[in-house]
Design a protein around this ligand. Structure first.
Ligand SMILES: Cc1cc2nc3c(=O)[nH]c(=O)nc-3n(C[C@H](O)[C@H](O)[C@H](O)COP(=O)(O)OP(=O)(O)OC[C@H]3O[C@@H](n4cnc5c(N)ncnc54)[C@H](O)[C@@H]3O)c2cc1C
Length: 442
């Protein structure tokens, strides 16, 4: 049987990402109840650095209970809405129940948008959350090990070919950071000295980084091309197999690595809630961020089509910068007479790997080291909690003086226990290493 409980102060927030966590934080002592499947907010702009090893993965997330000390956290998922009884069905590890609200905030974010491309679902790697970042890092480091173990050069090259589809923030930053990781790591692979590595960035659009001004995105493209990255705009992915893929320009690339970051779509739960949606499945809200036709349901962030009084021609793009500004307005609208949302962007920043970046800050176009420095400064300023900022600064400082950590930890997720089989396997591995070392001496 299902029982119900009230949301703290009547405010129920679905989603603890940028939008939801900031609304709860900005409500301060008034409090709210957050429903989230994770007990942390992921600071996505730093995800690429977590993948490349510049930042410790734990340091790019902020625990919700610390970030929003006056909010109640329900670790679980919203699974349904009953507007008539003003309740949301929530599934948690402790069972399912209804949570009653007076004001409901939808901040469910987005999910990766995939296309029905043959082989994509089986062989593509995502880059949207912390698990994706750790998995991608481990995958890239395993590819280096496989290249090192390969007996023929053509096989090694296949392991050293990395293809990213989607040239927005996520794809460009991930590619730039991971190519730096591989370049640094190769110092420790003497057998691979001189081996050809290949990084390919593919996008259907005519330019990379459509979120930033054209002059800066052109600069970013020149930077990446200068580092040997093969940029293919106006190109799409046609099909993928385990060890190769085909692009719309007719080329076939031999690779084991396809990273898919080509866009997001609204959270699928929204389609089941009976609320007004736009053609992309996002909830339609009015100019005060209230869901159209609903007196007490609000929405923001990637899951909503948000109209901005400062940019009447187009709704807000799905960025953390906009989610944060929307959260500021919504937290105020929940506490006093609602006012329209209005945000004029003063800048944007993106990193292109170590010591390189682009930024447009207060009308100043920043490139190279200055762009990189501005990007880091901006994200450090935005990251909540002084303790988190200090951890990130410490990681960055260490990375200035020491080389990256290249340990590959994926096996840690599969502890074998003390079985006899496990010991036998371990001794086989040491014999194999011994043989390879012996060969090297000869
Ligand atoms: C790799 C990457 C890099 C990016 N880099 C940048 C950048 O440099 N600059 C920039 O401005 N933007 C960047 N973005 C975009 C930015 O992250 C998003 O626009 C922002 O996170 C949107 O905030 P949100 O709260 O709407 O969604 P999210 O932050 O995705 O939060 C949604 C939350 O809802 C939770 N949720 C999901 N299902 C349920 C459920 N059933 N019940 C309850 N909760 C649920 C999720 O777990 C999540 O915590 C990047 C995105 C990615 C993926």
């Amino acid at each position: 049987m299902t029982s119900s409980r009230p949301a703290r102060n009547g405010i129920l927030i679905l989603g603890g990402g940028f939008a939801g966590a900031y609304v709860a934080r900005l409500l301060g002592r008034r409090g709210a109840t957050i429903v989230s499947p994770e007990n942390f907010m992921l600071y996505t702009p730093m995800l690429a650095e977590a993948a490349s090893g510049t930042l410790e993965p734990r340091h790019v997330v902020v625990p919700l209970r610390m970030m929003c000390p006056y909010a109640e956290l329900l670790l679980g998922r919203a699974v349904g809405l009953d507007e008539a009884s003003r309740t949301v069905a929530v599934a948690t590890d402790a069972g399912s129940f209804d949570v009653a609200y007076e004001q409901l905030v939808l901040a469910l974010g987005s999910v990766p948008r995939t296309l029905p491309i043959p082989g994509l679902a089986e062989h593509g790697l995502g880059f949207k959350n912390l698990a994706d970042a750790i998995h991608l890092r481990n995958h890239v480091l395993r590819e280096l090990e496989a290249a090192d173990a390969a007996l023929v050069a053509s096989r090694a090259e296949r392991h050293l070919t990395f293809v990213f589809v989607g040239a927005g923030y996520a794809g460009v930053e991930a590619l730039a950071e991971l190519s730096d990781l591989v370049r640094d790591a190769l110092r420790y692979y003497p057998r691979l000295r001189g081996a050809r590595q290949r990084w390919v960035l593919v996008d259907a659009a005519p330019t990379i980084l459509p979120e930033i001004p054209t002059r800066l995105s052109e600069y970013a493209a020149r930077q990446l091309t200068g580092r040997g990255i093969d940029i293919r705009v106006g190109t799409t992915l046609e099909s993928v197999e385990e060890d190769s893929l085909v692009l719309s320009d007719g080329s076939r690339l031999e690779t084991h690595t396809l990273v898919w970051t080509a866009g997001v779509r609204a959270h699928p739960l929204l389609a089941e809630l009976g609320l007004p949606l736009d053609e992309r499945g996002r909830v339609r809200v009015d100019n005060i961020l209230r869901v159209e036709g609903c007196g007490n349901i609000w929405a923001l962030g990637d899951c909503a089509r948000v109209l901005n009084a400062a940019t009447p021609d187009h709704p807000d793009p799905p960025t953390s910068q906009h989610a944060l500004r929307q959260a500021r307005r919504l937290a105020k609208n929940l506490q006093a007479a609602p006012r329209p949302y209005h945000y004029r962007m003063r800048g944007m920043v993106a990193t292109l790997g170590r010591h390189k970046g682009v930024g447009d800050v207060l009308g100043l176009r920043l490139r190279g080291f200055l762009g990189w420095f501005a990007t880091r400064t901006y994200h450090l300023y935005q990251l909540p909690l002084t303790s988190r900022k200090l951890r990130v600064v410490t990681d960055w400082t260490v990375s200035l003086f020491f080389r990256r950590d290249i340990a590959e930890l994926s096996m840690l997720g599969h502890a074998r226990g003390l079985s006899r089989e496990g010991h036998e396997e371990a001794s086989t591995i040491s014999v194999t290493f011994g043989t390879r070392e012996g060969e090297g001496v000869d």
